[in-house]
Write a new protein. Structure first.
Ligand code: PLP
Length: 354
């Protein structure tokens, strides 16, 4: 081993779902929205492309156009909103800013697999609390002394929603630390904890434009909380990179938030498709919880998940499979268009009878 090897920050990186180049693949593996972003988004980007003199300059470090649009939409003060390069960037900044007590932070054993990666990267101790047999968060598991709490609601990759009253119980039992509720999927049928930021100064609600607003490619995420927390996040951001958000992302994000009618229409469409597909999958021998997200987490009564994953892949239908304890017989299937889901169902129907 080279002498310098001892002083390298070694990490085992997060592995995102595959992004195949082949255009005829039905892609149900990374929870992207199957519908395009609001029409105003393309228009905003076209407008920017027509003003190269604007691109010459650095973007607004305060990201005001986007922060203002988000604040207006949720009836918040601008001082209550922080934006970043996808919620992954926002969450990483949160870990760095808020989890410094030396005590273990708490999150579920089955959850977004980036949490333990950030904890390891920043040398934050952590403890995973097991979900119950139905893959539900047990709120009492988060009442013990800790260095911070984070969980997605709905949880990923299970899709299970923790009722708002239980989310509040967890926040109320943790006044000494910051509690982060990662609401990447909240727009698909959950109730946001956002109103609770007025009542609890230790709460941060994190959301993203990647799923419900069809903008995974632009990388836009945001955190909402009391102005002191947002200020601390901005201090860390400005100590890291003043310009995390580029001009195109700022313009696209602002345009997306402004079109609420389009947002409601696409969100409802996905929910409708999800509920229909639940019925069809039940008929094919699949079991799953009552997902309130844009994906289903399913297991089959007789066919092993890994086998199905490979068979689907061969048929050019990509879903997500996690070879991990407790969930290695499950598939996470993103809700696509009705047409995409019908192709999936047709394949499953013929595969499972043969
Ligand atoms: C998708 C996802 C994110 C990150 O999304 P970004 O694209 O970085 O905004 C964060 N948390 C959970 C639980 C997710 O599923």
């Amino acid at each position: 081993m080279k002498a310098w090897e001892a002083n390298i920050r070694k990490v085992i990186p997060y592995v995102p779902g595959e992004q195949p180049k082949d255009a005829d693949i039905i892609k149900l593996n990374t929870n992207e929205n199957p519908y395009p972003p609001a029409p105003g988004v393309a228009e905003a980007i076209r407008k920017l492309a027509g003003q190269p003199q604007v691109l010459r300059k650095y973007p607004d470090p305060s990201a005001d156009v986007l922060v203002s649009a988000i604040a207006r939409y949720y009836h918040l003060q601008k001082e209550q909103v922080f934006v970043g390069v996808g919620s992954d960037d926002v969450l990483a900044m949160c870990f760095l800013t808020f989890f410094n007590s030396g005590k273990p932070i708490l999150f579920p054993d089955i959850t977004y697999s980036f949490y333990d990666v950030w904890a390891d990267l920043f040398r934050i101790p952590y403890e995973c609390r097991p979900l119950d047999a139905q893959f539900r968060i047990v709120k009492e598991d988060y009442y013990k002394e800790n260095g911070g709490v984070i969980f997605p609601n709905p949880n990923a990759p299970t899709g299970e929603l923790l009722p708002l009253s239980q989310v509040e119980d967890i926040i109320a039992h943790n006044p000494q630390v910051i509690v982060i509720v990662d609401e990447a999927y909240i727009d698909f049928g959950g109730t946001t904890a956002l109103p609770l930021i007025e009542k609890y100064d230790n709460l941060l609600v994190v959301q993203t434009f990647s799923k419900s607003r069809s903008l995974a490619g632009m990388r836009i995420g945001y955190a909402m909380g009391n102005p002191a927390l947002i200020q601390y996040l901005n201090d860390v951001k400005y100590s890291f990179n003043s310009y995390t958000m580029n001009q195109a992302a700022l313009a696209a994000g602002a345009a997306a938030v402004e079109d609420d009618a389009y947002f409601q229409m696409t969100r409802e469409r996905i929910i409708r498709t999800r509920e229909r597909v639940k019925g069809e999958l039940s008929g094919l021998g699949f079991e799953f919880g009552d997902s309130k997200s844009n994906f289903l987490f399913v297991t089959h009564e007789s066919c092993p998940a890994e086998e199905l994953f490979q068979a689907l892949k061969k048929a050019k239908i990509y879903v997500r499979y996690f070879k991990k304890p407790r969930i290695d017989n499950y598939l996470r299937i993103t809700i696509g268009t009705d047409q995409e889901m019908d192709a999936l169902l047709d394949f499953l129907r013929s595969y499972l009878v043969s």
